[in-house]
Design a protein around this ligand. Structure first.
Ligand SMILES: Cc1cc2nc3c(=O)[nH]c(=O)nc-3n(C[C@H](O)[C@H](O)[C@H](O)COP(=O)(O)OP(=O)(O)OC[C@H]3O[C@@H](n4cnc5c(N)ncnc54)[C@H](O)[C@@H]3O)c2cc1C
Length: 452
């Protein structure tokens, strides 16, 4: 029996292991359902093209994460990049963020955005859904031309049923001066938003972070492990191959809805019944390796209009030239869907249609495609609903009371970044180490007392 079992070798699970070892705690097992570690931070290389599971860029504004990148990856393996991103709507490219860069859009669109901003309903207290939140902070015009259609597409969810608590640093604020300046001329690229600068590996895609991290760990990772059920009373994990494993503390980074479904119905709270109340979307990530260079310089572009099935189109070779062979280019597109509303055949049909539209949009044909690599992210964006707001802390607290720490983007059911994954790994390791070491000491004291 290992004292600590960690489920999931994504960035959160691996960071937890890293900080456990930092605390000289080695009595843990790491189990992973896939053939290799990394979770969302895996990269696929096909015929000289490297693709990530959509754009994954390292945003760092915390000392702990800075130290992690320095000590684990090494800044010599990373490039610092100033974001170059845009929005395509009304047949025009405008700079990101939309709420500061209206220049180039039709006059009536600019007028609607400014008028809506001036007349916005600032008196609304605590807007309870994303729709009302946008009306309060940006007004009707910005909502109509960007926030409503874009977020509808990104989440594949009704914006009136989404709680605004996730917005925080993800949606830069604006003011009348910035709106008017940005409507009258092309602004110089500005350092607006949490992702205005980022790090990215010089070669090998984002999985390089995982490779460096795994190289620091002393213990093996048990891959291709599939869990049938978990019994929190006897603290036992039952695997689908018939084996079982006891634990003292369980750290889970698997999606919370799937974890809850593995618990017995008799738990103190009817936790397994809550699994279906947690909303999340899935993403199809279309990656294309192209025979020809592309004239666009953006790292990525957002597409709010429903005419385009994807919400973002990005260019791997512009982010890092090593992602495509010399003289070639590569791109990624993403579209979201709700798996329970879209069967696999429909997803395949939409993907096929989207590829045709991407080629048409870029003035290319099927002959330009050297590599087609379609990746599915079955958990992508957690949807913040009113139900989640009321229940998530209670669920996580109940699990902790059973010595189960459910952490990470999907373990804690939240909208979080790689930086947060590492910080959460650190914090969980601190808590668990302290708990396990004090339990071990109590047990030792007891043994010693009984011996004499
Ligand atoms: C579209 C998209 C774009 C993003 N872009 C960025 C970005 O630019 N910058 C940024 O900082 N962050 C970004 N993120 C967030 C980032 O991906 C996450 O914060 C981070 O990868 C979360 O790591 P994790 O370990 O919590 O989850 P995961 O990477 O999902 O890892 C969980 C692991 O658990 C394993 N697992 C699941 N079930 C089981 C089971 N039953 N048994 C064993 N193992 C299991 C999985 O296989 C996986 O390896 C993005 C996320 C998405 C979806």
């Amino acid at each position: 029996m290992a004292q600590v079992v960690i489920i999931g070798a994504g960035l959160t699970g691996l960071s937890t292991a890293y900080y456990l070892e930092h605390n000289k705690f080695f009595d843990y097992t790491l189990v992973e359902k896939n053939a290799r570690p990394g979770g969302l931070l895996r990269s696929e290389t096909v015929n000289g093209f490297t693709f990530d599971y959509t754009g994954h860029f390292l945003h760092c504004n915390h000392q702990l994460f800075n130290n992690f990148l320095r000590d684990v990856v090494g800044f010599e393996h990373l490039m610092s990049i100033a974001r170059s991103s845009s929005i395509f709507s009304h047949n025009t490219y405008t700079r990101y963020p939309f709420q500061m860069n209206l220049f180039g859009l039709p006059t009536n669109v600019i007028a609607e955005c400014i008028e809506g901003y001036v007349q916005r309903s600032t008196h609304t207290r605590n807007p309870q859904n994303f729709y009302a939140w946008v009306l309060k902070y940006f007004g009707r015009g910005f909502g109509k031309h960007f926030f409503f259609p874009f977020n509808r597409k990104l989440a594949d969810y009704d914006v009136r049923r989404m709680h605004p608590s996730w917005t925080g640093r993800f949606v830069p604020s604006t003011n009348l001066e910035a709106i008017i300046k940005g409507a009258l001329s092309h602004q110089q690229p500005t350092q607006v938003g949490y992702n205005s600068n980022f790090y990215y590996p010089r070669a090998g895609g984002i999985e390089i972070v995982i490779k460096h991290l795994c190289a620091t760990l002393s213990g093996p990772i048990a891959t291709l492990r599939s869990i049938a059920k978990i019994d929190p009373l006897t603290k036992t994990i039952f695997y689908t191959d018939g084996t079982q494993e006891r634990y003292s503390t369980l750290i889970s980074t698997m999606p919370l809805n799937q974890l809850l479904a593995l618990l017995p119905p008799s738990s103190r709270m009817p936790l397994n019944q809550y699994a279906s109340r947690l909303a999340c979307n899935a993403i199809v990530n279309i990656n294309l390796g192209l025979t020809t260079p592309l004239p666009l310089n953006w790292h990525w572009t957002y597409f709010p209009e429903p005419t385009y099935p994807w919400h973002r189109l990005g260019y791997w070779h512009n982010i890092c030239s090593q992602m495509a062979p010399e003289g070639r280019s590569s791109l990624y597109a993403e579209f979201s869907y709700q798996p329970k509303h879209m069967p696999p055949q429909l997803v395949a049909k939409k993907t096929h249609h989207a590829i045709a539209q991407i080629l048409e949009f870029l003035g290319l044909s099927e002959q330009h495609i050297m590599v087609k690599n379609i990746l599915i992210l079955d958990h992508a964006y957690v949807i913040y609903t009113a139900w989640r707001e009321q229940n998530i802390d209670k669920i996580l607290d109940s699990l902790r009371a059973m010595d189960i720490y459910s952490i990470g983007r999907y373990g804690a059911w939240k909208y979080s970044s790689m930086q947060e994954a590492v910080i959460e790994g650190y914090q969980t390791a601190q808590v668990v180490c302290k708990k396990e070491k004090s339990q071990w000491k109590r047990c030792n004291d007891f043994m010693r007392a009984s011996a004499f």
